[in-house]
Design a protein around this ligand. Structure first.
Ligand SMILES: C[S@@+](CC[C@H](N)C(=O)[O-])C[C@H]1O[C@@H](n2cnc3c(N)ncnc32)[C@H](O)[C@@H]1O
Length: 453
């Protein structure tokens, strides 16, 4: 049985412990059972283990608890010294955090090749993209050399940072860049033209990739012209990664796969209307694994990238105010039976300046949501602010807990993709933390090979 990277357990044991933890009532609650925005409506704080909440409440500053939680599952800082805490965390919390950490796939960047990109390529990219393309292009080039591959199909190629780099730097490679967006492909074409990359080295195709495009399989087959190909994707959003995995297993001329996913909130759960949806592997389907929309959203977070707040400064961050105010306003609207369920629950039109006070925040949000101003009086707003403002620490900790489960959610998605590839007979399947997690939190690359014919 293949062992997932970094885990000493076999696949069976790993899958069981990860799914068990995901399905535990506490993780279910944190990853979507109760959304943090509904925390005051549903008493989310009281639904947590009492000895945890008692301990957190005993700390002089909730930010200590947040630091402790985030640091407990961080595997990307070698020489990190945690903030000194006041008191010792309850055993059950320490054990739970350890479970979370050991069930999450390792994220510390694996050592591998990197290319120094020339300035004519980097001029168009930001620092994050330069770091990603330097490593991804080197990885793909090595895979091509090792497997005698001369053709690369880049799916979800966007503005062409990766495809143009490959075509520009490696004379032996031909690249096909596919993206569903006309404007992205136009930008990629113009990037290639600026560098003098000819069309016969880099072809472009505007195609929206889904399960219902057999024509695309044919187009790729014609383009491959009987040569072995590697299928690559740099941050192939949501289900696009799943479609890539299917193309990899089904197209006989595709030899290798190197795909980094992102935007898990765009993953479509399996249903009668979408039988191809998540999970895609027989193993996770047989366990009836599900991820709610909130859990998928949770998977898009980046816990270790949170800026460490200065514990000596007063806690007036716009971020934590926004979380608290949102929860208070949800509670107020709920109590007053003002229905906002049909309205958007995310944007709310809030700007940074609106978080200076709850009244300002609430008025702005109500305006954006189309709620009449006189539906809630200033007195009501002031009353709710006074009643719940002390919950700021609770909301901050609840939010941190939900973000903490990000690595778990991402691990389940990666496990599903890993199992699918293994079930389809792929070889050398791996989940490689290819980028520096602190720069690129979506750093897991699915890698696989099969014998192309
Ligand atoms: C996050 S961007 C990554 C772009 C590029 N690979 C990069 O790293 O710069 C994802 C790209 O995938 C494209 N995309 C998303 N879903 C798609 C689909 N189903 N079919 C084709 N393209 C898709 C988007 O238009 C977008 O350009």
């Amino acid at each position: 049985m293949p062992a997932l990277l970094g885990t000493t357990q076999g696949l069976d044991d790993y899958a069981t412990s990860l799914c068990d933890l995901l399905e535990s009532p506490l993780v279910r609650q944190i990853t979507g059972g109760i959304h943090v925005n509904d925390a005051l409506i549903q008493n989310a704080w009281d639904a947590l283990p009492q000895e945890w909440t008692r301990w957190w409440s005993s700390l002089p500053d909730h930010r200590r608890a947040q630091h402790h939680l985030i640091d407990s599952i961080d595997d990307t800082h070698d020489s990190f010294t945690p903030e000194p805490l006041v008191g010792i965390p309850p055993d059950s919390l320490t054990k739970w955090l350890e479970q979370l950490r050991s069930a999450s796939l390792p994220r510390a960047q694996r050592a591998g090749p990197s290319i120094d990109l020339p300035s004519e390529l980097t001029a168009q990219m930001n620092t994050k993209k330069i770091a990603e393309v330097s490593v991804a292009a080197a990885f793909i080039q090595d895979a091509c050399t090792e497997r005698n591959i001369t053709r690369v199909i880049d799916i979800g190629s966007g503005q062409g940072y990766l495809s143009v780099t490959l075509a520009y730097l490696f004379p032996q490679l031909r690249v096909l860049a596919i993206d569903g967006s006309k404007s992205q492909i136009a930008a990629s074409r113009s990037f290639a033209e600026t560098l003098g990359v000819p069309e016969d080295k880099l072809n472009h195709l505007v195609r929206y990739v889904d399960r219902k495009t057999p024509a695309l399989a044919e187009e790729m087959t014609i383009w491959a012209d009987g040569q072995k190909c590697i299928l690559v994707g740099l941050h192939a959003c949501g289900q696009l990664s799943e479609h890539m995995l299917r193309y990899f297993t089904q197209l006989p001329f595709v030899d290798s796969l190197a795909a980094v996913g992102c935007c898990y909130n765009h993953i479509v759960p399996r249903s009668p209307e979408c039988p191809d949806g998540f999970p895609i592997s027989a193993r996770l389907r047989s366990r009836h694994v599900t991820l709610s929309a909130t859990a998928l959203m949770t998977g898009c977070q980046a816990p270790n990238n949170w800026e460490r707040t200065d514990l000596c400064s007063p806690d007036d961050s716009a971020f934590s105010n926004r979380r608290l105010y949102r929860a208070i306003l949800e509670k107020l609207l709920h109590d007053k039976q003002i229905d906002i369920s049909a309205k958007s629950r995310t944007p709310w039109g809030i700007r940074k300046g609106d978080t200076v006070s709850f009244v300002k925040f609430a008025r702005r949000a109500m305006y954006s949501l189309g709620i009449e101003e006189d539906a809630v009086s200033d007195e009501d707003l002031i009353e709710y602010d006074e009643k719940y403002r002390d919950c700021k620490g609770q909301i901050a900790i609840l939010w941190t807990l939900s973000v903490l489960c990000c690595k778990l959610v991402e691990s389940v998605i990666a496990l599903d993709r890993y199992c699918y590839l293994v079930e389809q007979g792929a070889r050398e399947v791996d989940v490689v933390p290819i980028f520096d997690y602190r720069v690129s939190p979506r750093n897991l690359m699915m890698v696989a090979r099969k014998d192309a014919v």
